[in-house]
Design a protein around this ligand. Structure first.
Ligand SMILES: C[S@@+](CC[C@H](N)C(=O)[O-])C[C@H]1O[C@@H](n2cnc3c(N)ncnc32)[C@H](O)[C@@H]1O
Length: 388
């Protein structure tokens, strides 16, 4: 499989800007970039016991000046902007040394920033000199090609992942350690190997199985290995052959998760069927009564699908809330109709409706969504729409 002339599911050796130029326009679904930090470290650093710290002072991280770093950043981000699909997005990770420069250039290139995520390291390296606060986080910027991009985001999946709490922008994840850390002769094989946990979350949340994930600074192959596990395709670019060799070894060992386990089942939305549709189609007739489960409340269905109960008139939701004295009440869970000797939940009739006329309804909803977008009324609509 290829993207243009570039082989997919491989790490390619070379300069990322040259290699990015070989990719066709709109070919990548997701880009994860962990570019050089431009740390500008000088001199050796020692722990209190005089053992030497192995910081990031690799030659690939050295730039002559801020302006040469900016020039490099502009060049690779410009190419990424060209190769990302309109439905795709980009993640860039960095520290205070480079992330503000990267953020400005991202915006200047036309990207639209969606979030900045703070990766809080639960086990950061101490500030050995004791001259500053302990630098315990990195920043990730998540952006789309433009403000209008219809990007992938598995919101419900992320919420479920986080015990049904909306996933926040501060992520507590340890730095790469233990058996995951690739070692060579007792030393870290790559000074900035990222934790797989971080990439797992990013790829799961913002791409789909079968998508193409591109990493222009592949290093030890973390992005590619996790992409393979999650059933995505990948392309990596890396200058150093020694890193490519260790990346390929990791990728070979990565076991893809079965495709059935990768389906986003919680994302599948229930089709919105207004109660009026059941009346229109004759599943419930005007003049019939709806009952609460214990038959304490009884409401008459009007021709316009509103309910009348005591002195209260309104939708199935409004009337159920009014009679129970609650601020909100889901009418679909509250009301039943008499069918023979049984009470049948109106939600069951909604499912019957779905089976018979679901396709028609889906087409109506699609048209409606297109109209709403045209009117630029999206944000208002989300607020005003039914929750049920
Ligand atoms: C911060 S590291 C990425 C680490 C990676 N995320 C991982 O988990 O192992 C940046 C990598 O980019 C590579 N690199 C730097 N400049 C490059 C360039 N112009 N073209 C290709 N690779 C480059 C370096 O060799 C280094 O491995």
């Amino acid at each position: 499989m290829k993207a243009g002339t570039v082989e997919i599911n491989r790490i390619h050796q070379g300069d990322s800007i040259d290699l990015l130029k070989q990719l066709p326009d709109n070919s990548a679904d997701l880009v994860f970039a962990d570019p050089p930090y431009n740390l500008q470290l000088k001199g050796d650093l020692f722990r209190p016991d005089q053992s030497k710290v192995s910081p990031v002072n690799d030659h690939w991280d050295k730039f002559g000046s801020f302006s040469s770093y900016d020039e490099f950043t502009r060049a690779w981000l410009h190419e990424c902007h060209r190769v990302i699909k309109d439905t795709g997005s980009i993640w860039v990770i960095g520290t205070y040394h480079n992330i503000f420069r990267v953020g400005t250039i991202l915006q200047d290139t036309g990207f639209w920033i969606l979030n900045d995520i703070i990766w809080i390291k639960t086990n950061p390296m101490p500030n050995f000199r004791g001259t500053r606060f302990n630098n315990a986080h990195e920043t990730l910027i998540w952006a789309t090609k433009s403000k209008a991009s219809k990007y992938t985001f598995h919101y419900r999946t992320m919420k479920g992942f986080n015990d049904d709490l909306q996933m926040r922008s501060d992520w507590l994840i340890p730095i790469c350690q233990g058996s995951e850390r690739v070692m060579e002769n007792g030393r870290k094989a790559h000074s900035t190997q990222k934790p797989e946990e971080l990439l797992y979350r990013i790829i799961l949340a913002t791409s789909n199985p079968g998508d193409l994930v591109l990493d222009p600074f592949a290093g030890s192959g973390t992005t590619a290995a996790v992409a393979k596990r999650l059933g995505r395709n990948f392309i990596g670019f890396e200058r150093e052959l020694s890193y490519i060799n260790l990346a390929m070894e990791r990728i070979d060992k990565a076991e893809p998760i079965s495709s059935q386990l990768l389906e986003y089942r919680t994302e599948k939305r229930r089709l919105r069927v207004p109660f009026g549709n059941l009346v229109e189609k004759g599943l419930i007739r005007p003049g019939e009564y709806l009952y609460s489960a214990n038959k304490k409340y009884k409401a008459e269905v009007q021709a316009d699908a509103s309910l009348l109960c005591g002195g209260h008139a309104g939708s199935i939701h409004t009337v159920s809330a009014l009679v129970t004295g609650k601020e909100k009440q889901n009418g679909w869970d509250f009301w039943f109709v008499q069918r023979g000797r049984k009470l049948v939940a109106i939600d069951e009739l909604r499912q019957e409706y779905n089976k018979a006329w679901g396709m028609e309804q889906a087409a109506r909803s699609k048209e409606h969504r297109a109209d709403s977008r045209e009117q630029g009324a999206n944000s208002k609509k989300h607020g005003a729409g039914s929750q049920w």
